[in-house]
Ligand binder design. Structure first.
Ligand code: ATP
Ligand code: MG
Length: 485
């Protein structure tokens, strides 16, 4: 095997933030190389340097022994390096083929070579297992999983030899994850090198050949997978042991916070209870939460929330003590151009409060959630993905709700911070710190989280909510089965 990529002494600053202090990374031909680290450790920044989106301040990169200094993402693509971004980058109003060839159209004497492009798009779609799709179809019609595969197909159009996947499974269902993994394994067989970033250590364990841990912008250690245990990886990433990922739960109280029924389906949620909703992506879990919060008209349903029956607007719901965290943090959870502090206060600003008090309370929340930033006055857009997610969650925790509806609250969050958040949610439910206990409805695609954190779990299948059962009666296997059958 020969060395495909060598990065040495890479450094990168953004103003006062040192995102990369000193990174060395070596990737071989035909290898899946996992990159892990806490939120804000520098993983995405390093990959943006590699893919030509950022220029490093210091350091040297070599691709197959040749000096490599990409001037732009297009130059990187032409050199054989493709990157699938944490957030999708397809243009919805263009066709698949136009998306595939964007910026790299086949032209001769100024004319587009339609036939060649058609053949190559069909080839590329086949390689990602989407041969049934028509290259003329509009990208807006793709499901999220298909959209991601089309982005991968784009890599094949440009003859990619090193593929970077930055948290590729965060919006895929279990079945699509398996499909992606088998594709990755077959590309590895063909000699492609893959850099794989994920906060799911289960994925790393099933896929990686080598694992590099990044901490505070430095590459701390690289070893073959077999020489790491899961605890080793966590300790190296987080700098401490995370012995108890999931907290012990307190029993819920007697009084109901939410009663919902529609035809055969019904749901009761007691104060102090954490209830999980499992199901496939697209099974209607998010729509259910949105309907409860008044963001959409649900099916004919009886809803009783602390005596407020029937439909109410999100504003009324919020005033009545219901909080909602959308799975789409960029569109619906955050104002990216405002500061962290403004975001934390966005929906709970009292009629009068001094700027000083707002700042100091925001700083407390930043510390509690371990949001990695130089100050709470920084714009949210300058935070890493996982740290943005923490701000979106912090906005709700700031408010003090009776009922929290959380849609994928820990998406993109590292193991250490996940554990902190689980403990905070448990405390909220149990009513720690003088607050009344609250009830939590939790939608998650991460089964260990549902089994570890919830009192009861219900499964949603094709828009139908099943009976909620105590978690002891479920296993990962039975949850999956109930969501498929
Ligand atoms: N465009 C930017 N402007 C300012 N700071 C930035 C920018 N991009 C990244 N940073 C900072 O660089 C550091 C590293 O961020 P990066 O996105 O690389 O982290 P990450 O390891 O990918 O984290 P996550 O797991 O949360 O995705 C963070 O402190 C972040 O706030
Ligand atoms: Mg990232």
């Amino acid at each position: 095997m020969s060395v495909r990529l060598q990065m040495s002494g890479i450094q990168k600053r953004f103003g006062a933030t040192r995102a990369l202090a000193d990174v060395t990374l070596q990737v071989q031909e035909g290898e899946v190389h996992a990159l892990v680290g806490e939120n804000g450790a520098g993983k995405s920044t390093l990959m943006k340097v590699l893919s030509g989106a950022h220029r490093p301040d210091e350091g040297r990169m070599e691709l197959e022994g040749q000096l490599y200094q990409p001037a732009s993402p297009l130059a990187a693509r032409q050199a054989g390096i493709a990157m699938l971004y944490q957030e999708g980058s397809l243009l919805p109003h263009l066709s698949l083929e136009e998306n595939l060839f964007l910026g790299q159209e086949e032209c001769r004497y100024g004319f587009r070579r339609q036939q060649i492009m058609r053949r190559r798009s069909l080839d590329a779609l086949e390689r990602v297992g989407l041969s049934e799709l028509d290259p003329n179809m509009s990208a807006a019609k793709l499901s999220p999983a298909q959209a991601q595969l089309v982005e991968l197909a784009r890599a094949f159009v440009s003859g990619c030899r090193l593929l970077v996947l930055d948290e590729p499974t965060s919006s895929l269902s279990r079945r699509d994850v398996e499909k992606l993994f088998s594709l990755i394994r077959s590309w590895r067989q063909e000699g492609m090198s893959i850099i794989y970033i994920s906060h799911f250590l289960e994925e790393i364990e099933s896929l990686a050949d080598q694992v590099t841990v990044l901490c505070d912008g430095r590459s701390v250690e690289t070893r073959p997978l077999a020489e790491w245990t899961r605890q080793d990886i966590i300790r190296c990433m987080v700098g401490r042991d995370v012995s108890q990922l999931y907290p012990d739960l307190a029993p819920p109280q007697e009084d109901c916070v939410l009663e919902w029924s529609s035809g055969e389906e019904h749901l009761q949620l007691r104060r102090g209870e954490i209830l999980g909703i499992s199901g496939l992506i697209g099974s209607g879990r998010s729509e259910f939460l949105e309907a409860l919060f008044g963001l959409r008209q649900g099916p004919e349903a009886e809803l009783g929330i602390q005596g407020h029956a029937g439909y109410a607007s999100p504003r009324q719901r919020w005033q009545n003590g219901m909080g909602f965290l959308s799975e789409d943090r960029k569109e619906r959870g955050l104002a990216l151009q405002l500061s962290i502090s403004d975001n934390l206060w966005l929906s709970s600003l009292p009629r009068w409060s001094s700027p000083k008090r707002r700042r100091s309370e925001a700083e407390i929340q930043v510390q509690r959630l371990k949001i990695r930033c130089p100050s709470a006055e920084l714009k949210v857009s300058g935070l890493s993905g996982g740290n943005q997610q923490k701000v979106a969650l912090g906005r709700l925790l700031q408010h003090g709700c009776d009922l929290l509806l959380l849609d994928e609250p820990t998406r993109g969050i590292d193991v250490g911070a996940k554990s902190d958040i689980y403990h905070q949610l448990r405390d909220l439910a149990a009513g720690a710190g003088g607050q009344p206990p609250c009830a939590i409805l939790l939608v998650s695609s991460y089964l260990p989280e549902l089994l570890g954190l919830c009192h009861r779990i219900a499964v949603m299948r094709e828009g139908q909510l099943g009976e909620a059962q105590p978690r002891e009666q479920w296993s990962e296997h039975s949850l999956l089965e109930a969501s498929l059958s």
